[in-house]
Design a protein around this ligand. Sequence first.
Ligand SMILES: *Cc1c(COP(=O)(O)O)cnc(C)c1O
Length: 467
Amino acid sequence: MRYVSTRSKAPAKGFSSVLLEGLAQDGGLYTPEEYPQISAKELSLMRTMNYPQLANAVLGKFIDDIHAGDLRELINATYTKENFASDKIVPIKHLEENLYLLDLCQGPTLAFKDMALQFLGRLFEYSLAKSGQSLTILGATSGDTGSSAEYAMRARKGVRVFMLSPLGRMSEFQKKQMYTLQDENIFNIAIKGTFDDCQDIVKAINEDAKFKRQYKIGAVNSINWARIAAQVVYYFWGYFRATNSNDERVMFSVPTGNFGNILAGYVAKQMGLPVEKLILATNENNVLEEFFENGTYRPRVGQEVHATSSPSMDISKASNFERYIFDIVDRNPKRMAELWEGLKSAGFFDLGSEEIEKVRASGFVAGSSTHADRVAMIRSMYEKYRVLVDPHTADGIHTGLKFREKNIPLVCLETAQPAKFAATIRESIGQEPELPKSFKELEKLPERFVSFEPDLEKIKHYIATAV
Ligand SMILES: *Cc1c(COP(=O)(O)O)cnc(C)c1O
């Protein structure tokens, strides 16, 4: 399996090379040269597999340059009861006929990003050891991504994490989750400023090529192909749990920010999974809803990005979207260059009518919701089914129900546990979400972080002396 860049100017590479590289040299995203296909026979065999077996079957299609036995061990060590609360790994909740919740948030940080990042942590450790390298992961977080990355990389050999977060601007829960980690390879840097200050510093460090090389700075952001591949697995899993035979088709509803989660659903469909529709749900930041309605992609800038009560979807630019457009333009390098040039100079692009036809045929529909919709959905799910969902999941269900079709199972992806978003839960049902047991313990632990003004040189100095 070779991976090619969406900008077509970087050399094609194998899985292990693109794993540690991040963005391709030409600024594009690595994507498989061709999507592997699942035969009808394979699909029948997969139906009875447990989660690690299924992960092995699906990931083996994308990863062919790691020894098969080693890959199986990495997967078996990742998807365990200890890590994901039960042997099911991804439980499915049956709400009523043809309506399901796929629970992707049983991992250590209670959000779906653990599904991929927990695997990525082990994969990084393994690949770095093989090549005798080490890596310094540098990131900025407003709360959720940072904790997921830290829990994935804690105690992993050859990896250090420097995570910048805005001091005093995260929820108590998020703060405790990150700052109580005692592992020596985790460095929490609390910035006396905003999330944007954190991001600016990370960007400035990444632009300093010499520093970057010297301290082996990398990222675990959502453009990493290994993350997408690991997410493809639970679409297969969800399909088998919501159907009785492989003649049936299902719809998935997916709360979307960076287009990472739903891209994995699109890839599963390309591989031959019988998916009827992929329902893309956004919040007030509805750039992608606009795109699927009229073929215009116009990312928001600065003040146009709303701070909402489903904050992990407050994204101006959907990074992984580029991989989807690459397919829509039949991977034509000239057309890609044209579109991304337009994005840079005019701030938007418009697809042509043939391309819009391809978008329509690709099986996506999209919708958005407001704070009021979210609150109403959390309340209604609680009253109707006694199920408490988080605000992101509520966005997904809101749009999912809008596009639901008779006799087709609708699987709504549950992306975080409600305990992470207590304020919105309180507003919706008038009571506190229950804290998971493991997190009651966190409150007693000491916090471990350093704090800085948003001063680039001081932070570089700190990294340089700590590495
Ligand atoms: C990251 C995140 C999302 C959005 O996922 P993308 O892959 O960025 O589309 C949705 N819900 C929650 C809880 C998240 O943490």
